[in-house]
Structures are given as structure tokens and as C-alpha cells.
Design a protein around this ligand. Structure first.
Ligand code: HEM
Length: 518
């Protein structure tokens, strides 16, 4: 060792430093050996003797604590790696030196619900220009107030008032598909090929535009609008920022690049402020989410008022949180129905019984919400394809005991892995099979509702879940009620590459189907 260090020092340029180091090469070697020994011992201690050593995991991961990007390559595939660890080691695993993944239903309930462990610091990466929102804040007291103020917009009464807006957009989608079929028929084709994945994304954006501020983006009709594009650019950049968080130099470069890009994306703020100003100037009241947020400005308590900036950022959040989440879930439901034609037949049968085909009728949420098979299809899709496939990261700010026996040191991440819990064979017979009948009353293989967290749980659960369920029921039911659906060969291939970027999705962002009128 000493000889090797001496040789290496010979390569340094002549001068004081080289002479000094060469004169003291012995001490220098000892210092390096001590530092390396300490580093190795510390890591070995963490793996074999430290407080989390009773939690199994991969030795290399825990010893080196490699940056997250290492496990996330190709981008968006980290969830597969962690699922593999759960398959190998069980319901609780160390997924890196600093992070623990949990797929045990009792422990997830403890983390998210009972102890309400705070969101991980990484959520700050999603704060556009430092603005806190319901989703990205890690400050509990900010969250408590903001949630109380925003909640009326998502009450059952408010959501019911949004059905008209949603139905208008669903009709646009149905007309669009009928037109595609008519055009195909004119060309002597019996079915039309449509990219359902993209169409659903467009529909979800139109729905959120109309319900949030009474302004459809007309994405289904025109295929584009600058606002969703600017928001999705910002979001994918934030994801990159989060993934590089543990490599400070790369993270700093990414952050600087983002700042420049965001300045170019200034139109987001301008677009939103003009909508708010138009609303205030017109003096007309609407039934949308924006109206409820604007109304808070008359609240008695100062803390309960949302200024324009807060309204803008919460609305941007709804656009992000409320679009691909629902569209991808409906999209995945369609992929499952196509893969299993009997489930599609049963769903169509249920809808036909509710709305006999010889009577012209409009599908209403009041009826749809009580259709057991429709709800079974949606729940089963969210079980196997949860939006938050990668889990829900929380961070303990003081030493913490999980499940009565795991000692988690301050600063560690606890990731509630809802996918691995929702496919945990301890709770779900035939865990990977798509079986909507699990959710029917009296089923032989009843769903374990305590092991089902698609909308999370506790104070940070999804505020938009009633909204999402209404939208998903309306769109999915209308689609399968009106059309026959068949797969396209390339789409079967597309399903082989699924990724978790922000939400769980198909890597090619495309899923084509053949449709004809029923
Ligand atoms: C299938 C549809 C949806 C699913 C599966 C879903 C799932 C989730 C999950 C798992 C969380 C917790 C995230 C975390 O802890 O990191 C969440 C939070 C949130 N979601 Fe959803 N979501 C859906 C649709 C929506 C819609 C339609 C909206 C709004 C229009 C929405 C708005 C929000 C907001 C604002 C939060 C943050 C709530 C808080 O921290 O107080 N979501 N969602």
C-alpha cells in the first residue's frame, strides 16, 4: 500500500505539496487506511448490527447506498426492482441504505393513517417556484389549513354539481369515436382503429379544464393546447430533479436548467390569472371548482382566504393530479377487459340490464355508482395498476418504531408500497389475476379492503377520489356500453413495457384498439 501511494505521488507535479506528501507518506498511508476502515466498518455495522439490520434486503444496496437513479434505469422501472425485493424477502425490505419499503397492510395503516408520518422531503421538488400546494407541502400545519379550505370543492354536493360538465366531455369523446367509425365504414372497414390511451388523456384534460374553471381545453377535438403541454413539461422535469436528488452536482445542474425552462413557461401563470380575472370581472357565478376557491376570499378568517397565487397553484395541481391519474386507470381497465373478454361481456351485460338497449337513455352517475361489476372492474384495475405504483414515501423526523419491532432511525424513508401490498399473496388469493368478482358481495375470494390503498390513507389521502370515481365510472361505462372493442397486435406488445414516471403508464404512451358500434 505504502509503495503504491509513493508511486502515485511521483505523478504529482514537482513542488512543495509533492515533497511534503512524500516525506510523510507513511502517515498519509495510515490516514487513508484508517478512513477506509472506518467507512467500511460503519457500513458493515449498518448492514449487520445497526437498528435496521433485522430488516432484510440486498447487501450491495445497503452497503453502498447507491443513488436512486442507479435503480431507476431504464427510467421509470425502479418499482420492478423493489417488487423483486419484496418477492424475495417478504413484506418489509430495505430498498436502499436509507429507505425501507413496506407491503404489510398493518404497517402501512400505521404509517399513513394512525401515526400520519410526514411526507418525505423529496416532495419539495414538486414545488413550482417554491409554491406549496396541498400535494407537495411537507409542512403539516400548512397542509391542515389548506386542506380545510379546499375541501368544500370536493364535497359530495360539489362533485355532484360537476356531473353536467363531465357528461358534456364524455359526449364529445363518444361523438369523436362514432365519427371515426363512420369514416372507417365509408372506407368499407367494419372497425376503426383509435389510440385509446391518448384519447383518454385528452378527455381527462378536457374534464379537468371544464370542472376546474369551466374551460375545456378541447383536446379531444383539436389534439393540443399549450397549457397542458407546459404543465407536463414542468412535471417531467420535477421528476428528473427528484431522481437526481442524491447526486448534488447533477441535481444542481438539473435545477439550473429547470429554472431557465420555467421562465420560458411563464404562460402557465398568465393563462391562469387571466381566467381568474375574467371570472371576477364577469360577476357571473359558476358551479366549478374555481368558484369555490374564489369564494374563500370572502372568508372571515385571514388564514381561510386563498389569494390569487394560491388559487393558481392549486388549480395547476388539480390539472396534474386529476388528469393522467384517471385517464391511465381507465386505460388500464380497458386493457384488462380486452385481455379477458368474459369480464368485458359481464360488464356490458350489467350495463345493458341497467339501461335496456331499446330505450334511449343517458348514463347517470346516480345509477352507475351502484353497479357492482363496474365498481369491481375499476377497483380491480386500481389494485393491479395503482397510479402510485412506486409507493408513498414518508420520512421519520425522530427515531420511530414500526410494527412494534422495527427500529427506524431518524431521517429514514418509509415507503408504503401499495402495489406490493395490493398483490401480497397473504391478503389476495391469485394475487396477479384480474378478477372483478372479488369485489362482489358473497365472493369466494373476497377482496381484503384493509389491504387496498389506491387513494392512500390518512390526512394525505386523495382529496379527489370521489371526483375520480365519478369520472372513471362515466367514461368507462359509456365507452363499453356504446362500442365493441378488439385488440390491435402492436398494443399487446405495448403492454410489455410499463413505467412509473409520475403516474403508472405505458412506456410508448399509446394503446390502440379497434372499435365498432354495438
Ligand atoms: C384514479 C384516480 C386517482 C388516484 C388513484 C389518485 C391517487 C392519489 C394518491 C395515492 C394520493 C396520495 C399521494 C401521496 O401521498 O404522494 C393522492 C393525492 C392527491 N390527489 Fe389524487 N388520485 C386520483 C385522482 C385525483 C383527482 C381527479 C384529483 C383532483 C381533481 C386528485 C387530487 C389529489 C390531490 C390534491 C392530492 C393531495 C392531497 C393532500 O395531500 O391533501 N387526485 N391521489
Amino acid at each position: 500500500m505504502e509503495g503504491r501511494i509513493a508511486k502515485a505521488l511521483n505523478r504529482l507535479p514537482e513542488g512543495f505539496i509533492r515533497t511534503f506528501l512524500k516525506d510523510h507518506v507513511k502517515y498519509f498511508s495510515v490516514a487513508i487506511a484508517v478512513a477506509t476502515g472506518y467507512w467500511v466498518a460503519k457500513r458493515l455495522y449498518r448492514v449487520f448490527l445497526g437498528p435496521t439490520s433485522n430488516i432484510p434486503g440486498n447487501f450491495i444496496d445497503n452497503f453502498f447506498n447507491l443513488p436512486m437513479i442507479y435503480y431507476s434505469w431504464p427510467l421509470g422501472t425502479r418499482y420492478k426492482y423493489v417488487a423483486g425485493l419484496h418477492r424475495k424477502y417478504g413484506s418489509i425490505v430495505r430498498s436502499t441504505g436509507r429507505s425501507i419499503s413496506v407491503a404489510d397492510k398493518h404497517m402501512i395503516k400505521q404509517i399513513l393513517h394512525d401515526d400520519d408520518v410526514p411526507k418525505a422531503n423529496g416532495y419539495k421538488n414538486f414545488q413550482f417556484e417554491g409554491n406549496q400546494t396541498l400535494f407537495n407541502t411537507i409542512d403539516k400545519s400548512f397542509h391542515k389549513t389548506r386542506r380545510r379550505v379546499v375541501s368544500p370543492a370536493f364535497s359530495v354536493k360539489s362533485i355532484n354539481a360537476l356531473e353536467t360538465y363531465m357528461n358534456a366531455e364524455v359526449n364529445v369523446l363518444m361523438d369523436h369515436i362514432r365519427l371515426a367509425i363512420n369514416t372507417a365504414n365509408q372506407h368499407m372497414l367494419q372497425t376503426a382503429e383509435i389510440d385509446m390511451w391518448k384519447l383518454l388523456q385528452c378527455t381527462a384534460l378536457d374534464v379537468i379544464g371544464s370542472t376546474a374553471f369551466d374551460q375545456s381545453f378541447e383536446m379531444v377535438k383539436t389534439g393540443q393546447h399549450p397549457l397542458p403541454k407546459a404543465i407536463s413539461d414542468n412535471l417531467s422535469m420535477s421528476a428528473l430533479q427528484a431522481t437526481t436528488a442524491s447526486i448534488p452536482i447533477v441535481n444542481r445542474l438539473v435545477t439550473q436548467y429547470l429554472k431557465r425552462r420555467r421562465v420560458r413557461n411563464i404562460d402557465i401563470g398568465e393563462f391562469m390569472i387571466s381566467i381568474i380575472e375574467q371570472r371576477l370581472k364577469s360577476g357571473k357565478r359558476k358551479n366549478d371548482i374555481l368558484q369555490i376557491l374564489i369564494d374563500t376570499q370572502q372568508a372571515e378568517l385571514k388564514n381561510d382566504r386563498l389569494d390569487n397565487r394560491a388559487i393558481i397553484h392549486e388549480n395547476i395541481l388539480f390539472l396534474v393530479a386529476g388528469s393522467e391519474t384517471t385517464s391511465n386507470t381507465i386505460g388500464f381497465a380497458i386493457t384488462h377487459l380486452i385481455e379477458s373478454p368474459e369480464t368485458l361481456r359481464l360488464l356490458q351485460q350489467e350495463l345493458d340490464e341497467a339501461y335496456p338497449r331499446d330505450v334511449e337513455s343517458v348514463l347517470k352517475h346516480e345509477d352507475l355508482k351502484n353497479l357492482p361489476y363496474l365498481n369491481g372492474v375499476i377497483n380491480e384495475t386500481m389494485r393491479l395498476k395503482p397510479v402510485a405504483m412506486g409507493g408513498l414515501p414518508r420520512q421519520v423526523h425522530s427515531d420511530y418504531v414500526l410494527g412494534g419491532k422495527y427500529h427506524i432511525p431518524k431521517g429514514m424513508l418509509l415507503n408504503s408500497n401499495i402495489y406490493c401490498c395490493q398483490t401480497n399473496p397473504e391478503y389476495w388469493p391469485e394475487p396477479l389475476a384480474f378478477k372483478p368478482e372479488r369485489w362482489l358481495p358473497g365472493s369466494d375470494i373476497p377482496a381484503d379492503k384493509d389491504a387496498f390503498f389506491p387513494f392512500s390513507s390518512g390526512s394525505r389521502n386523495c382529496i379527489g377520489q370521489n371526483f375520480a370515481m365519478m369520472e372513471m365510472r362515466l367514461i368507462l361505462a359509456s365507452f363499453v356500453y356504446n362500442f365493441n372493442i378488439e385488440p390491435v397486435t402492436e398494443s399487446v406488445e405495448a403492454l410489455k413495457d410499463l413505467r412509473q414516471y409520475i403516474t403508472y403508464t405505458i412506456a410508448s404512451n399509446s394503446y390502440k384498439v379497434r372499435v365498432s358500434n354495438r
